[in-house]
Design a protein around this ligand. Sequence first.
Ligand code: NIG
Ligand code: FE
Length: 423
Amino acid sequence: MKFKPLLLVNIGQLLTLRSAVDGPRRGALLSELGIIRDAAVLCLGGKIVSAGTTRDALRDPWLKKNRKKITEIDCGGRVVLPGFVDSHTHPVFAHPRLVDFEKRISGANYEEIAEAGGGIRSSIDGVRKAGKSVLTKKVSAVLGEMARHGTTTVEAKSGYGLNLESELKSLEAIRAAAREWPGTVVPTLLGAHVVPAEYRGRPREYVDLVCHEMIPAVAKRKLAQFVDVFCDRGAFSAEETGQIFTAAEEHGLAVRAHLGQLSETRLGPLLQYHPASLDHMDYANDADLAALAQSDTVATFVPGANYFLGLSRYPDARRLIASGVAVALATDYNPGSSPTLSMPMAMSLACTHMKMSPAEAIAAATINGAWALRLADRKGSVEAGKDADLAVFDVGDYREIPYWFGANRCELTIMNGVPIPAS
Ligand code: NIG
Ligand code: FE
């Protein structure tokens, strides 16, 4: 791909998210956005070359000489920040789950709906019947819409096929959609989402299928970078999760898990596998937080799920942050618990319901999301050498990003140096 040199000037607030400390942001550092006022960013060959004040940028001799060849974007005093890293999404599904939605409104909860034949299992049939090109189109549409909301890197899980053929098909759809999108996609195998109906009462055999067929086939075709497990009541036990993580390790795939959404699971045995991230974390035992804080595993909150399931309980972000745990925010885009692809919406919920400050929410949605995908060397901050992934918001103060909830204030997204206007 040929990249045009890009110069963003007249940025009111540039949130660089740069840090002198290596590793994900923890504690007080989570609030440090590294703001430069009246800033400029120069991007060449899909990478950031410099980020500083507009005055310094315009004095640069190379820039003076080449200014005519550069596409200049006047940001008119707006806010520019690293593109969001949405580190937890399930974009490969065929239909929305409107019956679940109505049942919940009438008082049923997530687990009751699943037991009555709704929930994750009710999305399987649609994916198994859909052709790869239909799924690819759906994923492509979602990626485009995510970009229009400021997201430039997306982790995308399979997990509604739940047999070898349809999990491979889902990951192939993710790959095909990713090839057409200028942003960055990190694919994850979630073969262990739930035990499908044909394995009812035989979970061990299903875990064997995930370990001995799905993981080897996915690794061989290089279709995923991570293996995820829904480790919770009604899905997979910690012991089964350990077996699946062992198989992933044997095949060179890194691991992550859905954990603590419905019930508490102790972290000790799972941390041995160095998961990149443990997601949801509505239930977390105090005694595990020190070990989690000592590790590089990120705790990823997905408050869109708490909101959409109508829960009054949200993850205790303040307790985790105070314990030194590295936290990230993601949308958990999926048809059952969180049909939103808006990172500003997830951030707004984190502020209002989890008492994270706007600054903390921004760091959790950018640099710590990049750590949760092990991409922090390329993503999540605006620094020379990193990928040119930026979002321009039509606001004068970064706190307005989570403030104007439910409306899209993103004006322009730049993905690997390619600008895409939001409208
Ligand atoms: O992250 N908890 C497991 N997986 C999804 C829900 C998927 C669904 O309900 O379809 C989640 O909330
Ligand atoms: Fe999820």
